[in-house]
Unconditional design. Structure first.
Length: 164
């Protein structure tokens, strides 16, 4: 599976389309486990910290993410609460190669959804994890970070800014 990017117009159109809810009744436990495993491997191989299903061409509301050695696989996620400041942070995306941007997102969120076994979950997240959850749920709603970025710049410039 390849990661869809905005460099391909057909893929970009798919990325900008809201995903369908994940229907657990249509998949076996093994198929769900394999989906999560595949998405996790693709994310890690691409050196990402999050990956939404539509980034690999799947029309399903599910994402995987990692933060501080903790792994998440969230199905049918919805951010039910946003709180705190909205700092401007640097953000990149596997579907927008070669570009970074400054994006305002809430410091704290509550994310509700389902785990891979179908059980409901509610996660309070702050800092980078809150940022990741907002980015990935945006993906599943057909939105890209570049749509809300205050400024974008090439990856090379991002690396140069970090060295200052």
């Amino acid at each position: 599976m390849n990661i869809y990017t905005i460099n391909n117009k057909t893929e970009e159109k798919f990325l900008r389309t809201k995903t369908a809810p994940f229907d657990f009744s249509k998949f076996s436990k093994t198929e769900i486990r394999e989906l999560v495993k595949t998405m996790r491997l693709i994310m890690i191989d691409a050196r990402g910290i999050g990956l939404a299903a539509n980034q690999i061409g799947l029309n399903s509301s599910v994402f995987v993410a990692r933060n501080e050695n903790k792994f998440y696989a969230i199905f049918n996620p919805v951010i039910t609460q946003r709180d705190g400041e909205t700092p401007l942070l640097e953000e990149g995306c596997l579907s927008v190669p070669g570009l970074y941007g400054q994006v305002q997102r809430y410091e704290k969120v509550i994310l509700e959804g389902q785990l891979q076994n179908g059980k409901k979950t509610k996660i309070k997240a702050w800092g980078l994890l809150a940022h990741i959850f907002q980015h990935e749920t945006d993906h599943l709603n057909g939105k890209l970070y570049i749509d809300k970025a205050k400024k974008t710049y090439p990856t090379a410039e991002s690396e140069r800014l970090k060295q200052k």
